[in-house]
Design a protein around this ligand. Sequence first.
Ligand SMILES: NC(=O)c1ccc[n+]([C@@H]2O[C@H](COP(=O)([O-])OP(=O)(O)OC[C@H]3O[C@@H](n4cnc5c(N)ncnc54)[C@H](O)[C@@H]3O)[C@@H](O)[C@H]2O)c1
Length: 279
Amino acid sequence: MNDLRGDAERSARFAGRAIIVTGAASGIGRACALRLASEGADIVAVDLDAAGLTALVDEIAATGRLCERLEGSVVDLGLMDAAIERAVTRFGRLDGLVNNAGIGGPMGRFDRSTPDDFDQMIAVNLRSVWYGTKAARAPMIASGGGSILNVSSMAGLVPNRHHSLYGMTKAAVISLTHHAAMDYAGDGIRVNALCPGPVETPIFEQMRSNLGDDAFESARRQLIRRTLLGRFGQAAEQAAAAAFLLSSEASFITGIALPVDGGWSISDGQTATRPSAPD
Ligand SMILES: NC(=O)c1ccc[n+]([C@@H]2O[C@H](COP(=O)([O-])OP(=O)(O)OC[C@H]3O[C@@H](n4cnc5c(N)ncnc54)[C@H](O)[C@@H]3O)[C@@H](O)[C@H]2O)c1
């Protein structure tokens, strides 16, 4: 049965495919790039972080796959064009795009954010995703179809206090995904969003400098208490869901925003470790 395939068969899901991953030098993007490469994909990795890209390229090379690197900011739309161009010239095709690069941005009461904060959050978390999704269409059609995965957040589905700009951009990424899924369905291109719950990556640690140590630790405890599985997620768990949505196993799935959140979104806020109620 299809859904009971073993690791050996699963490991070829992306053989011969070329996939761009933005924000690939760290956290969830890095885990996605490694997972996709481990299943046969050649990768174009985009990030600001030169050292992180070098480490990723080395790690992917060790698996026998190819990884092209592009250093720069996704705010520069020309970089997204260059990434697509690189996939087509180097690998002859573009099959997948993971619009993952993002920032947490400032935290604070709604009225405290500034127009500059707003513009920066839109440019990094939304405009780049919009542009990548737009620019990938033609080369994906030329490759016989494709799959786009936009990394949103649970914060795009449920508001987080004092994190309005982040939540607004992530909610917009979900709407963008719905609209692109509608317009690209006839082209054989699926477009989905991933909504991670809390994963302890550097972006999450940014909250420490935003909030200070005490408030950060208290927010951390609260997040764990609210997550049904009683822990943070791991980047590799996000990458597993991302790989599924990008793969042909998800061939009838488009336009969804998938929570990968350990039950955070349906939690009643009680601690996950409390004993079950008696029958
Ligand atoms: N970690 C979480 O708890 C969590 C939860 C929900 C959603 N997300 C989302 O997942 C995505 C990845 O986050 P992460 O947790 O892996 O964070 P991370 O900080 O570990 O990785 C983000 C990567 O994006 C890169 N990046 C940032 N701005 C960029 C830019 N302008 N141009 C190019 N690269 C840029 C960074 O250099 C970094 O390598 C983000 O979109 C984030 O909003 C994370």
